[in-house]
Design a protein around this ligand. Structure first.
Ligand code: PMP
Length: 419
C-alpha cells in the first residue's frame, strides 16, 4: 500500500518541521524534475531538495549504477574502511574535479551532511592557526549544529540554541552598503588597533551566493578582495559550497568564476548526485594537521553515495557540457524574471547560473506566490531574512520544455498575487 493518512505527520511529528511543511500533501514517487503525490498528482520540482538533487530525482545513470552495486552485495556502510567504492570516488573526484582545476586539496569525509563539513572546516582552521574566532557574514547560513550555527546570521535560527555560541564575528556581506566594493582597509585598521578588541581570526567563512540568505550574490571583485585580505593577514579562507557547489552556478565550484583558491572548501547536498547523504571538507595539503580519529563519526562511509557520486562525476563532469548548459538555462530564467520585473512593480531579480531569485518588496507576497504555484503544480520555495525571495533551484538537468512550463506557472502566480 503506497498511501498514508497525513494525520501521522500532524499528530506525531514535531512542530520543528520546516520548509516543505507548507506543501499540504503527501508525496510518493519522483523522477527527473517531476514529483508525484499519493493522489497521483504530478508537480514540477524547482526546489530539488534545496540543491541536493542537481541531476534530478532518480537519475537513470546513477540509479543503474546503484542497483548494480546493491545487487552485487556491495558494502553499504563502511565507516573509514578502505573500500573499492570509496577508492573509486576519491579517484574520480581527484582526477576529474581537482586536478583539471589545479586544486591541491586533501579530501576529508567529515560526516553525512553539510553541517558536518562546516564543523570540520572550523575545527581544522582553529587547530592550524591556534586562533579561536571566525569571521562570518550577514545573512550567512552554514548549518544547524552549534559551531556552524555560530557563523549563521539568522537570529531566528540561532534562537533555538540559546546564547552564547562559539565566538564568531559578523561582517557585512557584499552589497551591504549598496554597490561599494570593499578593499577591507577598515578591517585591517580595526585589527591593528589594540584597543578594538578584535583578535586576528582563524578563518573567514563565506558563501559566494547566499542561498538561504536570499540569493545574495557576491561579486567577483569582492571575493578577490576578501581572498587578498586573508592572504595578507594569514587568515584562512573557507568557501562553504554546500548549496552553490556541484555546478549550481555553472562551474563545478562556485568560486571558480572569481578566480580565487580558498584554503578550505565544504561540499555536500548534490555531491552524491542522487540525494544520498555525503559531505566533503577539502583543504590545502599542507593544512592536514589532523591526528587519526580527531574528527570522526559513524556515517562517513556511505558507500552507495560513493558509487552514485563517482558515477555522477564520470558522467557529468568529464567535460564542460553541463557548465555551458547551466549558464544557458540560467540566462533563460534571468530573461523571464527580467520580463516579470519590467511588467510588475515591487519585484526585482538576482542570481547566478541556476540559482535565481525573485525578490518581493512586500515580503508576504513571496509566500503567496509559492502557495499559488503549488496549486498550479510547481514546487518552489522562499528564502531570505523575511522569506521575501522566491528561490529557484531546478535540477540542472531539467529540459528546456519543463523549465519553460515551470516559469510560465510562476509568471501566472506572480500576476495573480501582485498583478
Ligand atoms: N552550508 C550551506 C551554504 C547550506 O546551504 C546548508 C544547508 N542549507 C548547510 C551548510 C548545512 O547543510 P546540512 O543541512 O546538510 O547540514
Amino acid at each position: 500500500d503506497q498511501s498514508i493518512d497525513d494525520s501521522v505527520f500532524t499528530q506525531h511529528e514535531s512542530e520543528v518541521r520546516s520548509y516543505c511543511r507548507s506543501w499540504p500533501t503527501v508525496f510518493t514517487r519522483a523522477s527527473g524534475s517531476h514529483i508525484t503525490d499519493q493522489t497521483g498528482r504530478q508537480f514540477l520540482d524547482f526546489f530539488a531538495g534545496a540543491g541536493s538533487l542537481n541531476y534530478g530525482h532518480n537519475n537513470p545513470v546513477m540509479k543503474s549504477a546503484l542497483l548494480d552495486y546493491i545487487a552485487d552485495d556491495g558494502i553499504t556502510h563502511g565507516l573509514d574502511m578502505a573500500t573499492v567504492a570509496k577508492g573509486k570516488f576519491i579517484e574520480a573526484f581527484h582526477g576529474k574535479i581537482l586536478q583539471p582545476r589545479r586544486l591541491d586539496y586533501k579530501i576529508q569525509f567529515p560526516g553525512p551532511t553539510g553541517t558536518n563539513a562546516v564543523e570540520a572546516a572550523l575545527k581544522l582552521a582553529r587547530k592550524v592557526t591556534g586562533r579561536e574566532s571566525i569571521i562570518s557574514f550577514t545573512n550567512a547560513f552554514h548549518g544547524m549544529t552549534l559551531g556552524s550555527l555560530s557563523v549563521t546570521g539568522n537570529s531566528m535560527k540561532r534562537a533555538g540554541a540559546g546564547i552564547p555560541l562559539v565566538h564568531a564575528t559578523p561582517m557585512p556581506f557584499d552589497n551591504y552598503f549598496g554597490g561599494v566594493v570593499e578593499d577591507f582597509q577598515w578591517f585591517e585598521r580595526v585589527l591593528d588597533d589594540s584597543g578594538s578588541g578584535l583578535n586576528r581570526p582563524a578563518a573567514v567563512i563565506v558563501e559566494t551566493v547566499q542561498g538561504e540568505g536570499g540569493i545574495n550574490v557576491a561579486r567577483a571583485e569582492w571575493l578577490q578582495a576578501l581572498s587578498e585580505l586573508c592572504q595578507r593577514r594569514d587568515i584562512l579562507l573557507i568557501v562553504d559550497d554546500v548549496q552553490m557547489g556541484c555546478g549550481r552556478t555553472g562551474e563545478f565550484f562556485s568560486f571558480e568564476a572569481a578566480g580565487i583558491k580558498p584554503d578550505i572548501v565544504t561540499l555536500s547536498k548534490s555531491i552524491s548526485g542522487y540525494g544520498l547523504p555525503l559531505a566533503l571538507t577539502l583543504f590545502r595539503s599542507d593544512l592536514d594537521v589532523w591526528s587519526p580519529g580527531e574528527h570522526n563519526g559513524t556515517f562517513r562511509g556511505n558507500n552507495p553515495a560513493f558509487v552514485t557520486g563517482a558515477t555522477t562525476i564520470d558522467h557529468y563532469w568529464s567535460d564542460d557540457a553541463l557548465t555551458r548548459d547551466v549558464h544557458a538555462k540560467g540566462d533563460r530564467i534571468h530573461t523571464r524574471f527580467s520580463e516579470l520585473c519590467d511588467t510588475f512593480s515591487g519585484i526585482s531579480t538576482r542570481g547566478r547560473g541556476m540559482a535565481q531569485g525573485l525578490v518581493f518588496e512586500e515580503a508576504a507576497a513571496a509566500g503567496k506566490v509559492s502557495a499559488s504555484a503549488f496549486g498550479a503544480g510547481l514546487l518552489v520555495e522562499t528564502s531570505g531574512p523575511s522569506d521575501e525571495v522566491v528561490k529557484l533551484l531546478p535540477p540542472l538537468t531539467i529540459s528546456n520544455e519543463d523549465l519553460d512550463r515551470g516559469l510560465d506557472i510562476l509568471a501566472e502566480s506572480v500576476k495573480e498575487v501582485i498583478g
